[in-house]
Design a protein around this ligand. Structure first.
Ligand code: TYD
Length: 210
């Protein structure tokens, strides 16, 4: 049986990393075979593209950025995601195409039409079975990522307006695809967020048994 494809989305600082690791432990304790991967990245080539996209200092146009991210995604989908799903493993992915609708479509202003076209070409419009959107006030996300003291990438260093556009685009997309994208309040404690996520994972498990 084909595995399930689950993605985690949200602005920076919303707690994706913690939740992915909790979700992984939970699903492993249920005896499921799974892989955890991330975007941009997840293969050797795609990780090189990630480095370009996240760390190249200045001058990258929005469409160049989008094309690079979709090039990485095409490789990652073909080399890692589809083969894992086909052998029956579940795939937990830190961001996927919804991030491009939010960051490149909304944040950079390319619009949904362009992203939808790239999606067709790069992934044949592969959609996750479940997307967990961890939503958080932009200001709170900035405070939390700042507190981690890690190096800041090209997106984290963007201004408040950019980050607000990203959040708005995520919320808009969630309302358009509310069956697939579950909105989760990232301001709750990590335990409370995890419990919400477990509810969603359990319904997906029931679906795959039934
Ligand atoms: P992120 O998961 O936040 O990595 P980290 O936890 O190491 O900071 O992803 C890196 C950045 O890439 C994030 O700021 C959003 C950006 N991004 C896009 O702009 N478009 C995309 O399609 C994806 C997948 C990520």
């Amino acid at each position: 049986m084909r595995g399930k494809f689950i993605t985690f989305e949200g602005g920076d600082g919303a707690g994706k990393t913690t939740q992915i690791s909790l979700a992984r432990s939970y699903l492993e304790s249920c005896g499921l075979a799974l892989i955890v991967t991330r975007e941009p990245g997840g293969t050797e080539l795609a990780e090189e593209i990630r480095d370009l996209v996240l760390n190249r200092p200045t001058g990258m146009t929005p469409i160049t950025e989008a094309l690079l991210i979709f090039a990485a995604r095409a490789q990652h989908t073909a080399e890692v995601i589809l083969p894992a799903l086909q052998r029956g493993a579940w795939v937990l992915c830190d961001r996927y195409t919804d991030a491009s609708f939010a960051y490149q479509g909304g944040g950079r202003g390319l619009g949904d039409g362009v992203i939808g076209e790239l999606e067709k070409i790069a992934t044949n419009s592969l959609q996750p079975d479940l997307t967990l959107l961890l939503d958080l006030e932009v200001e709170e996300g900035i405070l939390r990522s700042g507190a981690r003291g890690e190096a800041v990438d090209r997106f984290e260093s963007e201004n408040l307006l950019f980050k607000r556009r990203v959040r708005e685009s995520y919320l808009q997309r969630q309302s358009q695809c509310s069956e697939r994208i579950k909105l989760i309040d990232g301001a709750l404690t990590a335990d409370a967020v995890h419990s919400r996520i477990v509810e969603e994972l359990d319904s997906l498990r029931e679906e795959s048994h039934g």
